[in-house]
Design a protein around this ligand. Structure first.
Ligand SMILES: Cc1cc2nc3c(=O)[nH]c(=O)nc-3n(C[C@H](O)[C@H](O)[C@H](O)COP(=O)(O)OP(=O)(O)OC[C@H]3O[C@@H](n4cnc5c(N)ncnc54)[C@H](O)[C@@H]3O)c2cc1C
Length: 160
């Protein structure tokens, strides 16, 4: 039986792994189908402190994994298919196998909300982006007209 299982191996899961490993809880990180998470799909991350020249997303998450492993975190390529939180310890189905854990940390990421335009998928990363904090300051977009879709707090933040 595990003390801590972490669902997801993006920056959230690996951060949770670092902290729980350093607390001697020997967390088990189950990666899901995308080890390292979404950040592995980008070549440059410019807003992460400590990397003045920016850093490749895959390199950054690989370093996060190594850092967590250094303190005893274990990382397994596996997907959680079902969870039963009605009993303790929690019961998980992981790639068809039963697993038990005292604690389960959800770090399974989110999804972009698309507008549903035909051109949207075609132009993703070629002018259409879903993260102003990530891409708004990139040279490619500087001093060019930009449009933010939305009218809530996040849209105003992003426009700023
Ligand atoms: C192209 C691109 C560029 C980006 N650039 C930047 C940037 O420059 N700066 C920035 O701050 N942000 C950037 N982002 C956003 C950043 O990648 C996300 O904010 C970040 O990855 C969220 O981390 P997360 O750990 O919450 O989730 P994710 O990275 O989405 O990770 C989710 C994890 O959960 C796992 N998972 C899902 N379901 C299961 C399951 N059933 N069982 C086990 N595991 C499961 C997945 O396999 C994955 O490992 C970018 C995103 C993209 C797509």
């Amino acid at each position: 039986m595990e003390k801590v299982i972490i669902m997801g191996s993006g920056c959230a899961g690996l951060t949770a792994a670092l902290y729980t490993a350093r607390a001697n809880l020997r967390p088990l990180v189950l990666t899901g189908i995308q080890p390292g998470g979404l950040l592995t799909t980008t070549t440059v991350v410019e807003n992460y402190p400590g990397f003045p020249e920016g850093i490749d997303g895959y390199e950054l998450t690989s370093r996060m994994q190594k850092q967590a492993e250094r303190f005893g975190a274990r990382v397994q390529f596996a997907t959680i298919e079902a969870v039963d939180l009605a009993q303790r310890p929690f019961v998980l189905t992981v790639d068809g196998e039963r697993m038990e854990t005292e604690t389960l940390i959800f770090a399974r990421g989110g999804a972009h909300r698309h507008l549903g335009l035909e051109s949207e998928d075609k132009l993703e990363s070629k002018g259409v982006t879903y993260c102003a904090a990530c891409d708004g300051a990139l040279t490619a977009y500087r001093n060019r007209p930009r449009v933010v879709v939305g009218g809530g707090d996040a849209a105003y933040d992003d426009a700023l």
